[in-house]
Design a protein around this ligand. Structure first.
Ligand code: HEC
Length: 402
């Protein structure tokens, strides 16, 4: 029953998380578009009021006239619209989901017995959970320090972008070495998402509060607050596409379970940022096709790197004879059906994971390629909880599917 409640909570949290994220990212994309589409105000009256730029739009059967003041509109209405709950809800629901899935069953998803770093391979479930949380916190601390030190007055944004890119490659490498691929992609995405939410929480919103307070008190707002808010929200916009992809990646084990996982992960981040750059520029009237071309070229490289490769003969070991389905079935019964059954015996699993029972030959023959793939790349058995041996993996690689 507990496992069922956890699963039911999981679906509700996931729903909330996705909806909040859509609302947040949608609004963020909208405001970046709005900002880049601003044109100098047409009427003398607007210019006199201190309008910096404006955009006309038609949507939902009406016309909209947005005007942007930089920092000092003459008067500020009391019912000013603030945007922050969407960001906070996304992070809180995301963290709750991470806790419900990964932290509650740390051994399954967070320990990587196949890690080539011995200390990582032998971590306990709770150590792995603590390390994953440390990654989330440290990711923000390092990113924030890079921003503060490299570009304290928002003057060296180019150097800062390179530093953040290097930081993400390091994160990709470390997480892929330490955690199972699936968790590594998710944690890297969660680090970026944590930086995004923390940007809103620690800089953008407080800066806006200071600006509003200054205006209300008749003081000139500190222009750095506006510039910093803008810098951090620009970072957020380049993070959005990669984060969405990393959050979805756990459905595609071929992306994270091969030997090039950390390179694939880094390339996904650059590809997403590059494609986003195209749209950012496009809204300010530039059509720089080089960005989507780079983005798509990186995707092609990813496609090549992630493609399944037949196991090398050496990796198949002694196995020269073809292996029959009946032999594979024996292995599956020893190592897989604890979880992959209509009624799993493994605690914590209320139903067959991924909707995939593997109890009969018929079940097995419904997905032979997928079974070979996940066994060859060590993704299954999850966390090698059932202690599958290399000889058994080799046997499945040599299985002659009828
Ligand atoms: C400890 C429980 C557990 C064991 C043991 C286990 N699995 Fe899984 N398996 C899972 C979970 C959980 C998922 C869903 C993971 C996900 O959503 O990516 C899954 C997913 C799969 C998938 C679908 C992967 C995909 O990309 O859609 C395949 C195929 C699979 N397992 C095969 C196996 C085989 C073969 C074995 C035995 C060698 C095995 N599993 C042992 C828990 C387990």
């Amino acid at each position: 029953m507990d496992a069922y409640l956890l699963e039911f909570g999981n679906v509700l949290l996931r729903w909330l998380h996705v909806v909040a994220a859509i609302a947040w990212i949608g609004e963020s994309i909208y405001f970046v578009m709005l900002d880049n589409s601003l044109r100098p105000p047409q009427s003398a009256e607007s210019r006199k009021r201190g309008v910096f730029g404006e955009m006309w739009a038609v949507h939902g059967g009406g016309f909209y006239h947005n005007q942007k003041y930089l920092t000092n509109p003459a008067e500020l209405p009391d019912d000013l619209h603030w945007s922050f709950w969407k960001a906070y809800t996304t992070w809180l629901s995301g963290f709750a989901l991470f806790a419900a899935m990964y932290l509650v069953k740390p051994g399954f998803y967070l320990v990587n017995p196949g890690s080539s770093w011995e200390w990582a391979a032998s971590m306990s479930g709770w150590q792995a959970s603590a390390l994953a949380i440390a990654f989330l916190l440290l990711g923000w601390v390092v990113y924030d320090q890079l921003c503060r030190r490299i570009s304290p007055n928002m003057e060296r944004d180019g150097v800062l972008s390179i530093a953040v890119a290097v930081m993400m490659v390091v994160v990709a490498y470390l997480t892929c070495m330490i955690f199972p691929g699936r968790a590594a992609f998710l944690i890297t995405g969660a680090i970026m998402a944590t930086c995004m939410s923390a940007n809103v929480f620690f800089w953008i919103i407080p800066g806006q509060h200071r600006m509003v307070d200054a205006l209300k008190a008749g003081r000139e707002p500190n222009p750095l607050d506006g510039k910093r808010g803008k810098q951090r929200s620009v970072h957020n916009t380049y993070f959005t596409l990669p984060v969405v992809l990393l959050m979805l990646s756990n459905h595609y084990s071929f992306t994270y379970s091969g030997p090039y996982a950390w390179i694939i992960l880094s390339l996904f981040i650059f590809s997403g940022a590059s494609i986003r750059q195209y749209f950012v520029l496009r809204h300010s009237g530039q059509n720089k096709l080089v960005y989507p071309i780079v983005g798509v070229a990186l995707l092609v490289v990813i496609g090549y790197l992630a493609a399944p490769r037949p196991a090398a003969p050496a990796a198949r070991g002694e196995q020269s004879e073809a292996v029959t389905t009946a032999q594979v079935m024996q292995i599956v019964h020893a190592r897989c059906v604890q979880c992959h059954a209509v009624h799993p015996t493994q605690p914590g699993f209320p139903a067959a994971p991924a909707g995939m029972a593997l109890e009969s030959e018929q079940d097995l023959l419904a997905h032979p390629d997928l079974v070979k793939q996940v066994v060859a790349n060590n993704y299954m058995p999850l966390g090698n909880l059932t202690q599958m041996t290399q000889a058994e993996r080799d046997a499945i690689a040599a299985w002659q599917v009828p």
